[in-house]
Write a protein that binds this ligand. Structure first.
Ligand code: MSP
Length: 507
């Protein structure tokens, strides 16, 4: 059985410190990677940084440091952020890594030798901050359609990649692989707005800046961003000179990308791979953006805080949970500190935290922490038990469809039911009646059992909270293989459980 799973985030520009938008993609990738690991897959989860280009060269100049010094500092900071967020990446690639530089040069040469890269002259409208060339019809009010800033006319000798040659092959590939791009709306957009109207050859080198990977056989050219950046997904695996990891993990199972770079990942990247004669990734998911007050998260607007401030104030899992739960994956969604607080209080504190602490305290108080299933079952139990028994396969289904927020919604639906079950069965009244103790023990057992199954799933999403719950249950961590193994006796011990989430003041 081939049970590997290779998942990637985009490699981020280290032009400024990372914000909650970068965290968004990375947290989601992390949750998917963890979920697959729990399911027994051999996962390779990669993230990293895209460090070359004029924008970074200019930023470094402004600061009076070399580009490498400039990015080194931001990357150290990014790695610290990922650690604090519990991002379980297997590999962090930097486009300045020596192996990457060498392999990109080899790839470029390969494409040149094959005739898929040729020398020509480039003339175009260029947006410096976005490092993008635009045709005049793509401009909005004469300005860059992405950032709204001025573009300038640039003319230079350059190398081109024969993208046009792959138009038909791409269309055929799209036909044969309807799930290649998700959500479907983005697939249609690529086909109708870009591929079918015709693909132009793509400029893949520059002479206007030097902070990049030189073309090995023509050193005044540096390899322009897309061949340098997109190939990160294969150079990390050793392509083209070392095929051990490459054989094991390629093709990628899932590239997660923001909607603005879907085009690069679903047109340019597949065409490069076709030219290299290697298989295409299985799926590209184009997600929406987190926006603040209806606009982009932006350093210049100063409309965001360092994500660590939220982690310090509300806990890592509040931030993770928000990113995973708040916005339907694929759509844009609003981020605000207020929304983060509301979500944390409503779900993590009132539903999850409350349930775990109530249940464990009852277990300790009524049964000194030892709870067996006395099997005094009543009809009110059936819905709870059925929901719990269905939970794993329902969450699996949602995760297969990458409906991450819905996966969490289902888990929290069970937790909500548990809270209602407590209210309906009134354990504190049963506890007063000697003859009802077996019934009471069954109720607490059912609750602990539902908490255990939920926690096993929640590990992928909110790992540090899940760890605390396993500790309170006094049970070893489980994975999906033994998620439904029966517990004979819950032996909780006698220690009052630590509060998982404090209620946050909402003003
Ligand atoms: N370097 C390129 C990607 C090359 S991949 C071979 C790039 N970098 S980026 O830093 O500008 O953005 C990378 C990704 O960050 C976006 O695609 C998106 O996944 C994520 N996000 C940046 N801001 C975001 C939001 N406000 N909301 C959600 N995701 C955001 O493009």
């Amino acid at each position: 059985m081939n049970n590997k799973f290779y998942i990637t985030t985009p490699i981020y520009y280290p032009s400024a410190e990372f914000h909650i938008g970068h965290c968004y993609t990375t947290i989601i990738a992390d949750a998917i990677a963890r979920y697959k690991r729990l399911a027994g897959y051999d996962v390779f989860f990669q993230t990293g940084t895209d460090e070359h280009g004029l924008k970074i060269e200019n930023k470094a100049k402004e600061k009076g440091v070399t580009p490498k010094e400039y990015v080194d500092k931001i990357i150290a900071d990014a790695k610290d952020l990922w650690e604090q967020l519990g991002i379980s990446y297997d590999f962090f690639i930097r486009t300045t890594d020596e192996f990457h530089v060498k392999r990109v040069q080899e790839i470029f040469k390969k494409l040149y030798d094959k005739g898929d890269i040729y020398k020509g002259e480039y003339q175009g409208l260029y947006c410096v901050p976005c490092e993008s060339f635009w045709t005049s019809s793509q401009l909005i009010d004469g300005k860059c359609p992405d950032c709204g800033r001025e573009v300038g006319l640039v003319k230079e000798e350059a190398y081109f990649f024969k993208l046009s040659k792959y138009q038909q092959k791409l269309e055929e590939f799209y036909e044969k692989n309807p799930d290649f791009i998700l959500p479907v709306s983005r697939r249609n957009e690529m086909l109708n707005n870009f591929i079918r109207p015709g693909l132009e050859d793509l400029c893949v080198s520059r002479t206007s800046f030097t902070w990049g990977i030189p073309v090995s056989f023509d050193e005044k050219h540096v390899i322009y961003v897309w061949i340098d950046a997109l190939t990160n997904y294969i150079t990390s695996l050793g392509y083209p000179d070392n095929d051990e990891l490459f054989k094991k993990y390629w093709p990628a199972d899932l590239h997660l990308v923001g909607k603005e770079i879907v085009r690069f990942h679903t047109i340019i990247w597949p065409a490069i791979l076709m030219a290299l004669d290697i298989p295409l990734p299985k799926q590209v998911f184009g997600h929406g953006w987190l926006i603040i007050d209806g606009g982009k998260i932006s350093k210049s607007k100063g409309n965001y805080k360092d994500p660590r401030e939220y982690i310090n104030a509300y806990g890592v899992d509040a931030v993770r949970y928000f990113a995973l739960r708040e916005v339907p994956f694929g759509s844009d969604g609003n981020f605000s500190e207020k929304a983060l607080i509301t979500r944390t209080n409503a779900d993590l504190c009132n539903i999850l935290g409350n349930l775990v602490s109530r249940t464990i305290q009852m277990g300790i108080k009524y049964f000194s922490g030892n709870i067996k299933n006395k099997k005094v079952t009543e009809s009110i139990d059936i819905d709870l038990i059925d929901t719990k028994n269905r939970l794993k396969s329902e969450v699996d289904q949602k995760m297969r469809e990458l409906k991450i927020n819905e996966a969490l919604e289902i888990i929290f639906e069970l937790l909500r039911k548990c809270n209602k079950y407590i209210d309906d069965t009134t354990p504190w009244i049963l506890a007063k009646d000697e003859t009802k103790l077996n019934r009471l023990e069954t109720i607490i057992y059912n609750l602990l059992d539902a908490i255990l199954v939920s926690t096993t799933l929640l590990q992928a999403f909110i790992p540090s909270t899940s760890e605390k719950i396993f500790a309170s249950l006094n049970i070893n961590k489980r994975d999906f293989n033994n998620i439904y193994d029966e517990v004979e006796v819950f032996a909780l011990g006698n220690e009052k459980p630590a509060n998982l989430f404090e209620r946050i003041k909402e003003d």
